[in-house]
Design a protein around this ligand. Structure first.
Ligand code: SF4
Length: 415
């Protein structure tokens, strides 16, 4: 039963510090793009950002921008503009939101960061298709529209085991990016600087992992919804000192919460796992629904997408290739099933929610029987909710709420 008294997740104090470093990051990008003080590279979320930073680029991530369009519920205003030029409403709504917003001259950055008028104009676009083909098509549009070079890695996908052959392939492809990047940045690749950036990325990733794993405590000091927000620096600032310093602070706050028995959701009664992308335009509502039932979504596969244990400053490029291939999203169901099983055990989870994101079939693990197999193997009930990362037309709030209520009842009966 939902409590009459509203239970909400607690505010994390270091959020203010995160907001500050994110603001510094966006103003820094804007300054570079408007003054030409530094070259700007656009990069996909798991593209070779370490290489770009080592070569002096400031790096912008359109996926982060698309998530902002979703979170500010701007997407449905702009998606039709991308549809009108031939981009189907059935493909990635990050892509259609971002391109639509560009065509309409809209960006949530202007409201969040006064003085910023547009997204930073790129000097180069660099993708990695380890997550999906859409990122390549997305960047190709900007390349044609802005007359900017578009280069990248065509990654193996659906891998069970990451083999030396896979790593060799991606390593060669990353190395092949270097001559183009040298000619654009007018800087040679400094191996010592690359090692330093890879080391910072590794530190960021290690501490972020520790932050997420604090939720193995009962009660958990953070929720999936917190991690969706606080992953910001890991996404856009990995490879920098700022990100490392930020996650040290966040980790210390989480440890303090554990020490004082502070729960992210008061009276935590159920512990859940979230598989798939968040519904950005419903983050707060979803957080409130679950907190209302004293259910905490303690972990997710999404939050772990920025954990790269393979990064190794002693072997920077090859270790980048390995790290980008080992990700959950790149792997076959055999791996995913085993990984999810381990996560459910580690976080002592009562139930798992699968978000079937309509326009992101690449990251919706609900189409090939995985929820059913996992449920059979673990006995842990699964619920599939239909939705989307940003396209609100794919969401029925009533249906979602009804399904969650019924699922929670089922879990409570089984306790
Ligand atoms: S993984 Fe999904 S949401 Fe992300 S860019 Fe690809 S299709 Fe879009």
């Amino acid at each position: 039963m939902m409590d009459d008294k509203k239970t909400v997740r607690k505010k994390i104090q270091t959020t203010d510090q995160m907001n500050k470093i994110m603001a510094d990051y966006f103003y820094g990008l804007n300054q570079a793009a408007t003054t030409g003080s530094q070259k700007v590279a656009w990069c996909t979320s798991v593209g070779p950002v370490e290489l770009l930073r080592a070569m002096g680029f400031v790096v912008y991530f359109p996926e982060n921008h698309a998530a902002m369009l979703g979170a500010t519920r701007t997407s449905n205003e702009v998606i039709p503009t991308a549809t009108a030029i031939g981009y189907s409403p059935d493909i990635c709504s990050y892509l259609t939101s971002d391109i639509g917003a560009y065509l309409k001259g809209i960006t949530p950055l202007s409201k969040a960061y006064p003085g910023i008028k547009s997204v930073p104009k790129p000097d180069v676009l660099v993708y990695n298709t380890n997550q999906c083909r859409d990122v390549q098509d997305w960047f190709a549009w900007y390349s044609r529209t802005l007359g900017v070079p578009c280069i990248g890695v065509s990654s193996p996908k659906c891998i069970s085991d990451v083999t030396a052959a896979h790593i060799d392939d991606v390593t060669r492809q990353i190395e092949a990016l270097i001559p183009t990047l040298v000619s654009i940045s007018e800087q040679k690749l400094d191996l010592a600087r690359l090692r330093e950036v890879v080391s910072l990325s590794r530190q960021c990733t290690d501490i972020w992992k520790e932050v997420l794993e604090t939720a193995t405590a009962s009660p958990a000091p953070l929720t999936f919804f917190d991690s969706a927000i606080h992953m910001g620096p890991a996404v856009v600032l990995r490879g920098t000192r700022e990100a490392v310093a930020y996650y040290r602070l966040l980790l210390s706050e989480m440890k303090e919460r554990i020490g004082s028995g502070i729960a992210a959701v008061d009276g935590e009664r159920l512990r859940l796992f979230w598989e798939g992308l968040p519904v950005w335009g419903r983050l707060r509502q979803h957080s409130e629904i679950f907190a209302g039932f004293k259910a905490n979504i303690v972990a997710s596969s999404y939050g772990s997408s920025w954990i790269f244990p393979a990064l190794d400053p002693d072997d920077p490029i090859r270790s980048m290739a390995k790290a980008y291939l080992e990700l959950f999203i790149v792997r076959a169901d055999v791996y995913k099933e085993k990984h999810l099983q381990e996560m459910l055990e580690k976080f002592r989870v009562d139930g798992i929610i699968f978000h079937d994101s309509k326009t992101c079939p690449h990251n919706a693990n609900t189409h090939y029987g995985l929820p059913q197999r996992l449920e059979m193997k673990t006995g842990i009930p699964a619920l599939v909710i239909s939705g989307d990362v940003t396209d609100m037309r794919c969401i029925s709030d009533e249906q979602t709420k009804t399904n969650i209520e019924a699922f929670i009842e089922q879990l409570e009966e089984g306790k």
